[in-house]
Design a protein around this ligand. Structure first.
Ligand code: HEM
Length: 273
């Protein structure tokens, strides 16, 4: 009788999948790619609000016309965040908090990494519910323009509420802190910064990343809030006269290039707002 004996390679691979080390490495990597990369691009895309309603709504329209957008969202955002969060809670639950024992900055950072991860989890959940999921609900209910739920006008109206504004400021700051401090940890874990000197240099770079990204997020939120508190002034600056000649049906009529395509899709949004 012939029995199949697993090769050494197969045995090793099987052991690897049961080895928490692999899952921890995957957790670490997922924090940078794709989640961290997505976070940076998301903050930059939203900062178009600083250029006013037209620019912001055009960006939203471009994203919603991406082919396979749902698959991209699931594969690049939802599943990685779900994995990172579940494993993150596992690490938080079983990790030893050591702030009381040592008063070193690193130990505080270790503690704050966990606290900011938990805040980020609830903030991201709320933000998703408030934006993406509402958009899909509107789509499912047959709304002709589900993107209006996440338009400049809708977001600025939300930001006018002081509680909502506070939630966004706290959520963005905690999430960006988690990401920036995470880059510092990631560099050590993956052997990129080994010496004390390189770790010090990387701390300055990560502090810079934290300041720049938090600045972008807070500035964007504050400008949306200003528009929400004074909607008449902001609608006066969002000129639609030049673009109104485009009809929504033109969006599907054929290839439109460059600025014209942005303007066309934005005009279709504006009409129904
Ligand atoms: C935008 C969302 C997020 C980003 C960009 C992000 C990014 C990162 C990065 C880059 C790291 C460092 C990896 C390393 O230590 O090598 C990290 C670690 C960590 N993350 Fe996240 N994360 C996010 C959301 C979350 C959430 C929702 C949780 C849930 C609790 C979480 C929990 C953790 C924990 C506990 C660690 C520490 C891992 C360790 O010390 O070994 N993260 N994250």
């Amino acid at each position: 009788m012939v029995t199949a004996t697993p090769s050494a390679g197969t045995a090793k691979a099987k052991a690897g999948l049961h080895d928490p080390f692999i899952w921890h490495k995957l957790h670490s990597l997922s924090g940078i790619v794709p989640i961290g990369v997505f976070l940076v691009q998301h903050l930059i895309a939203n900062s178009y609000a600083l250029r006013g309603a037209n620019a912001y709504n055009a960006v939203i329209a471009v994203y919603s016309y991406l082919p396979f957008v749902v698959l991209l969202e699931i594969g690049i955002i939802y599943l990685p965040i779900l994995y990172h969060s579940i494993y993150g809670f596992y690490i938080t639950a079983y990790g030893q908090p050591n702030v009381g024992s040592y008063k070193y900055v690193r130990n505080w950072m270790y503690f704050l990494q966990r606290v900011s991860g938990v805040i980020a989890f609830f903030y991201i959940g709320f933000h998703l519910w408030n934006t993406s999921i509402q958009k899909y609900i509107a789509q499912w209910q047959g709304s002709p323009n589900p993107e209006s739920v996440i338009s400049y006008q809708a977001m600025s109206a939300q930001m006018a509420n002081p509680w909502m504004f506070a939630v966004y400021i706290i959520g963005i700051t905690a999430t960006v802190f988690h990401f920036s401090n995470g880059i510092w940890n990631f560099c050590i874990r993956w052997g990129l910064t080994i010496s004390d000197r390189s770790q010090k240099a990387s701390a300055y770079v990560c502090a810079g990343i934290f300041l720049v990204l938090t600045g972008i997020g807070i500035w964007t939120s504050a400008s949306l809030r200003a528009a929400g508190l004074n909607p008449d002034a902001s609608s006066a600056t969002s000129s639609s006269s030049v673009i109104d000649e485009y009809s929504p049906s033109n969006v599907h009529a054929g290839p439109v290039v460059g600025t014209a395509s942005l303007v066309t899709v934005r005009s279709s949004l504006d009409r129904t707002l």
